[in-house]
Design a protein around this ligand. Structure first.
Ligand code: ZN
Length: 370
């Protein structure tokens, strides 16, 4: 891992041979692991007892790393160069039928006397043959991808994935989008299309969350087909990002943006809460696309209050909130033009935000008490 400012981390309150010059106070970091991780963990319980906790412990490591990262940023922001007496806690929180796992780290930010010893610098004066080949591949595929008709074949994808040519992601994104727009046929081209759909997802899933965010939330143009491809990709790769989504909401059609709420990310931090609340606010204030009026719904019936959906269908309000709810022939939209499944997605999303809100609230309170 590369770090701009090297912060010294220690579980003890003193470091051998280093004098503490100043204490900068207690700092904390809390990181929550997404709900899907726990589900996956339960599903692979047998693996766990078999001795390979694999993916789960990987996620724990990531949560820990992220929390340490936050702590280091906080230490830097108060001018400290070390964090002493570090204490780590793992905790499970639940509510609304969901549970999440969280990592909390507490430590004391301090300024200690800097050691004058130089750390070993990695040489930049030589390059091994593998690294050189890698750079050659990148150049080769960069120029190939400049041709809008080009799609990588199986051998190309093997080279790209085996050498982790992640620098090519922005150049392969147009290929991926093209492959998602083109129907698969039983031909060589069909194979390349299928490969470009699947292998690009593998490549994108192999990079860090922060880097992937930059790629998937880039320029989406005005094309609603690209919107739905990107929404789908975000869901598939667990690349939910509240801040980026807030920026996309005004240009997205409401059905795509509701789908986006089903996307997850693997770790949530305190800084997610505010943009998440803003997203909930956005969906709470969706404008009405239908209206209410008094009308006769049958030849001999009396005039009654009806909802007229955005497609002009009339449903008596006594029949529920969705357009001809009991009649499968009708569209099922409510006064805001969204269907029952979509309302459920929005509600579940709000519950998740409430859990996170409560969770981080609780932790802010308990850490200020210290
Ligand atoms: Zn309708």
């Amino acid at each position: 891992m590369y770090k701009a400012n090297k912060i010294l981390l220690s579980t003890t309150h003193s470091v051998d041979g280093c004098r503490v010059l100043d204490y900068k106070g207690v700092i904390t970091a809390n990181v929550v692991m997404g709900v899907n991780i726990l589900k996956e963990f339960v599903a692979s319980f047998s693996d766990f007892f078999g001795g390979t906790s694999g993916k789960y412990s990987q996620e724990m490591d990531k949560a820990y790393e992220k929390a340490i990262n936050i702590l280091e940023k906080k230490a830097t922001s108060v001018g400290a160069n070390s964090i002493l007496g570090i204490h780590i806690d793992y905790d499970e929180i639940s509510g609304g039928g969901k549970s999440m796992l969280m990592v909390s780290i507490v430590g004391t930010a301090a300024i200690i006397e800097q050691s004058t010893k130089q750390s070993n610098n990695i040489s930049t004066e030589s390059i091994d043959i593998d690294s050189l080949n890698r750079l050659l591949y990148i150049e080769q595929y960069r120029s190939l991808s400049a041709n809008p008709d080009w799609l990588p074949n199986n051998q190309d994808w093997e080279i790209i994935l085996n050498n982790q040519l992640v620098e090519l992601i922005p150049h392969l994104l147009p290929c991926y989008i093209k492959s998602r727009k083109t129907p698969i046929t039983y031909s060589d081209d069909g194979d390349r299309i299928r490969l470009s759909r699947n292998k690009f997802i593998s490549l994108l899933s192999s990079i860090e969350y922060e880097d992937a965010i930059d790629y998937v939330y880039g320029d989406w143009t005005e094309d609603p087909r690209i919107h739905s491809i990107m929404v789908d990709t975000i869901i598939q790769c667990h690349l939910f990002n509240a801040v980026a989504i807030l920026q996309k909401l005004p240009i997205l059609d409401k059905h795509s943006s509701i789908q986006l709420l089903t996307a997850e990310k693997k770790l949530y931090t305190e800084s997610d809460v505010e943009p998440l609340q803003e997203i909930v606010g956005f969906f709470n204030h969706l404008p009405d696309t239908g209206h209410y009026e008094k009308a006769k719904t049958g030849l001999f019936s009396k005039e009654e209050e009806v909802m007229v959906c955005e497609k002009g269908h009339k449903t008596p309000v006594t029949n529920g909130n969705f357009c001809c709810y009991a009649d499968t022939q009708k569209c099922g939209l409510n006064i805001k033009g969204i269907n029952e499944a979509e309302v459920t997605i929005i509600n579940e999303f709000s519950v998740r935000v409430q859990i996170l809100e409560k969770f981080f609230q609780k932790n802010t309170n308990s850490s200020t008490k210290n």
